[in-house]
Every structure is written in structure tokens, then in C-alpha cells.
Design a protein around this ligand. Sequence first.
Ligand SMILES: Cc1cc2nc3c(=O)[nH]c(=O)nc-3n(C[C@H](O)[C@H](O)[C@H](O)COP(=O)(O)OP(=O)(O)OC[C@H]3O[C@@H](n4cnc5c(N)ncnc54)[C@H](O)[C@@H]3O)c2cc1C
Length: 391
Amino acid sequence: MTTPSDNIVIVGAGLFGAAAAVELRRRGHAIVLVDPGPLPRPESSSFDISKAVRADYGADELYTRLGELAIEGWHAWNEEQDRPLYHQTGFLVLSSTPMTDEGYEGASYRTLQRRGHAVRRLDGAGLRRLLPALSPGAWVDGYLNPGGGWVESGEVVRRLIDRARATGVEVREGARFEGLLESDAGVSGIRTADGGRIEGDRVIVAAGAWTPALLPWLADVMWPTGHPVFHLDPDRAAAHEVGAPVWAADIARTGWYGFPRNAAGIVKIANHGPGGRAAPTETNRAVDGESTAAFRRFLAAGLGSLKWDRIVGGRVCFYCDTWDGNFWIDRDPARPGLVVAAGGSGHGFKFAPLLGGIVADVVEGIDNEFAPRFAWRERGGLTGEDARQLE
Ligand SMILES: Cc1cc2nc3c(=O)[nH]c(=O)nc-3n(C[C@H](O)[C@H](O)[C@H](O)COP(=O)(O)OP(=O)(O)OC[C@H]3O[C@@H](n4cnc5c(N)ncnc54)[C@H](O)[C@@H]3O)c2cc1C
């Protein structure tokens, strides 16, 4: 059982690790946060110009509720900042066929309507009024959820790490986890790549897509997958302006989703598809020709007025995919003292305002309504969250 002031070592200062560090420090624990850095680490999943925030999770009531609470949390976080990092531009769901209750789009619409959200159903013309870049006739049905939008993810993690430091978390930037300190009594700390040891009453491994490599007994239930991200600077006439909603285009079938222009004028489009299984390294980050060709085909068919030749950036970013698309936040049943907080499966960032609390509750053994979904579990058949294109 944790005491009010345990010494806790956290491996990984991405969103999961940094949010846990801030919350556990707020609850009185002494925290050492370890990450090779530089922080926020450019290769991390949490580092990017934007991440989508939605409560639109098909028929899945738990993630819908988690999304609702997260959006409230983002508004509260905005109040604490010198400028808003969460931009509630709305979430626009596009469907190339009439929505059905079985599909992600129709199921989300029904679930949100039943829960009292002001969702607005739109036909093709209505969708194009909100997103003039859409190809005429390509999208025939959909809806706008005014509750939702995007967040400046890299900046959020930067500020979380600053808050951790400011509240007394010892941030060991440059240190790299090499292995656990283990005895019959359980886990009592970590070894670092420079030959050092950091002892603690508990160890939390929150190393994102690197986690299954660091804890190989997890390799059967979670694995890294790479996903293409494109940054565009379309010409001003394309009207993909700052205020436009975040959109998802037949996302469970195509994987494609995109963002409005950010303050720097960049439009991000990415793919929430199966991705490619590979270990995340510093070098395998270039988007391959096949992904770029698929992107061009999508743009030409679905967002006809966006000029693809103005790709100004892109990279491969890694998910830590679990077999069922649910996060993995629990104590290791075979290793007392070890907690794993990973498995973001390409959809964890939006829940930042809640994640630190969920991890801290698991560490402290406090009941949490969401924790059972993220508990240690046997491997089953491959699935994913409702918006995820799996094949
Ligand atoms: C392309 C892409 C798009 C996404 N879009 C969205 C979205 O729109 N909305 C959304 O909600 N979510 C989205 N996600 C998911 C979200 O980004 C992740 O769920 C979340 O950021 C995962 O955070 P993390 O802390 O687990 O991992 P990371 O941010 O990757 O952090 C892991 C940290 O562990 C550190 N680490 C690695 N090895 C070691 C070691 N040996 N020792 C110490 N530290 C180590 C790394 O340096 C890194 O800082 C997306 C993810 C990707 C890849």
C-alpha cells in the first residue's frame, strides 16, 4: 500500500509520465522523472503541433464520458494559462455514404444526441459550408459536434514538465532507463544507461511506444506502430482557415483526419489507420512514398481544392498500440512495486486533464471509475476504439 509520501520513479516524460508526475507530486509524493530528452522529446508521440479532442466515440459510453470530462478539463486548464492551448473549433464528422447506427459516424451521432450534445446533422452542402475545401459530392452525410476541437500538444507537455519542476519533481533529463532493480520483495527502483541506480518505493513505466521493448513481457499485449503525419501550407484561397473544425473523413474506413490552419498557418492531416509495426528510433521518421501516394489520392478525392504540393513537413509518429485499443494503466501483478501507464493506442492525448488522476489512483489503490477498462488483462482478438481503421 502507498504511504502519503512515497518515493516514486517515473520512466518517460511524455504526456502519461508528466501528467502522473504533476498529480502524484500534488498528492505529496516525492517524484523523480526520468527521460533521455530533450524535453518535450521530439520523437515522442505527445510532441506535435496539435492533437484532436473529441467525445465522439461511436457507441462506447465510457470513452464518450471520458471525452466529456476531458473537454471540461481543457476549459479549466485554459483558464490557468496565459493563452488558450485547447481550441474548441468543433469536431466535424464526414461520411461518404448515409450514416447508419452500425457505423462509427451514426453511432457517435446517436450516442451524443442521447447524452444531450448539440450535435447538428449536415448534408453534403452543409459540410462544404463548414469546410469549403471538400470535394463536391464526395461527402453526403455527417454532423458537427460543437463540443470538441484541438489542443497544442507539444506545448501542453512542455508546460506540464515546467509545472512538475516548479512543484518539486526532480526531472532527470538525459537519463535513460536500462532496467528494473528487482528482488524477491519486488521492484525497488531502476538502473540507468549511465550505470546509475535510482531507488524508489514504486516505479511507473510510462515510456509510450518504447514500453514493450523496455518491459519485454508486455510485447504480446502492446506494440509500437508508425503512422504518417503531414503538415501542409495550402494557399490562402483554400479557406482551410483557423476557425474551421477538426474533421474526420470516414475515419473508421480511411483513417484520415485533419485540423484547421494553426497560428503558424500550418494544416495538419494524419492517418488513424493500422500503421506499420516497427520499433521507434530517431532515424525511422521519414514518411515513405507509399504513404505519401495514399495521402495524395485521399486529397484528390476528398479535399479537391487543397494543393498537395505544399507539404511543408511530415513525420512518422508512433502509437503504443494495445491489442484492444484501450490504455494500459495498472500494477504489474507479477512485480510488486511496478506500475505500467502506456498503451495510448493513438487516442490518449485528449484525456490529458484526467490521465494524471487515473494513474495516481491506480498507484495509490484508490477506486477510479475508468481504471477497470485499463486494467491488466489477457490478450484477446485484435480490436480498437470505434474510430480506428484496423485494416
Ligand atoms: C501520429 C499520432 C497522432 C495522434 N493523434 C492524436 C489525437 O489527435 N488525439 C489524441 O487524443 N491522441 C492522439 N495521439 C495519441 C497520443 O499522442 C498518445 O496517446 C500520447 O501522446 C502518448 O503519450 P505517452 O506519454 O504514452 O508517450 P510519449 O509521448 O511517446 O512519451 C514517452 C516518453 O518515454 C520516453 N522514453 C523512451 N524510452 C525511455 C527510456 N529508456 N528511459 C526513459 N524514458 C524513455 C521518451 O523519451 C518519451 O518522452 C496520436 C499519436 C500519434 C503517434
